[in-house]
Design a protein around this ligand. Structure first.
Ligand code: GRF
Length: 216
């Protein structure tokens, strides 16, 4: 079976990239990462890709006149590598509507909250400030509006009264590392379909009484 050809776009430490690399290492995983692109020359994730033998390209946004020119270079790089799906993994650049539309339903992102709550930066800090008992993470198809788009996978994560943004972010990230590979697998298996701006997952495992109550 041909594996789905995936590119991962990063700006930082790349722990989600690592989770995707580890999942793709299984011989029966239906996707492979054939390219990693970083917009920052010193992103920690670059070494993770190199260690895994994946081609890395740095496309430094600072060397482009504007967002459109940068996105055009991104698009060229992805097309040159016959990429079928793009995963944003801590990629800290807003993408133009033109780019997002070109990759419609072939571009996914992970965000550290239960969207549509807590969009934007510092989602874990926003959750702590709001005093919610449960937050989580979301893998979703990307639309032009930031942190919106059909939701593929979510995980619920409990918030402790003593949590800081940092401690909560670390707990959310551990959930992210499970959710992102799972979302990629579902897409690569052809089990995710978008209709009416909602993602439907075929044969999704579902437990009626699967509740997370916090505090216990
Ligand atoms: C993650 O928390 C992700 O949700 C957000 O940026 C962070 C990236 O972390 N979009 P890493 O680079 O994957 O470690």
């Amino acid at each position: 079976m041909a594996r789905l050809k995936v590119a991962v776009l990063i700006s930082g430490s790349g722990t989600n990239l690592q989770a995707l690399i580890d999942a793709c290492a299984a011989p029966d995983f239906p996707a492979e990462i054939t390219k990693v692109i970083s917009n920052r020359p010193n992103a920690g994730g670059i070494a993770r890709a190199e260690r895994a033998g994946i081609a890395v390209q740095v496309i430094d946004h600072k060397t482009f006149a504007d967002r459109r020119a940068f996105d055009a270079a991104l698009d060229d790089a992805l097309r040159a590598s016959d990429i079928e799906l793009v995963c944003l993994a801590g990629f800290m650049r807003l993408l133009t509507e033109e780019f997002v539309n070109r990759w419609h339903d072939r571009l996914i992102n992970i965000h550290p909250s239960l969207l549509p709550s807590f969009k934007g930066l510092h989602a874990a800090g926003q959750a702590v400030a709001a005093g919610v008992r449960i937050t989580g993470c979301t893998v979703h198809f990307v639309r032009a509006e930031m942190d919106s788009g059909p939701i593929i996978v979510q995980a619920a994560v409990p918030v402790k009264s003593s949590d800081t943004e940092e401690s909560l972010q670390a707990r959310i990230q551990r959930a992210e590392h499970l959710c992102y590979p799972q979302a990629l697998k579902l897409i690569a298996e052809g089990r995710v379909q978008v209709a009416g701006e909602k993602a439907r997952v075929k044969d999704d495992g579902f437990a009626e009484d699967n509740r997370l109550i916090n505090p216990t």
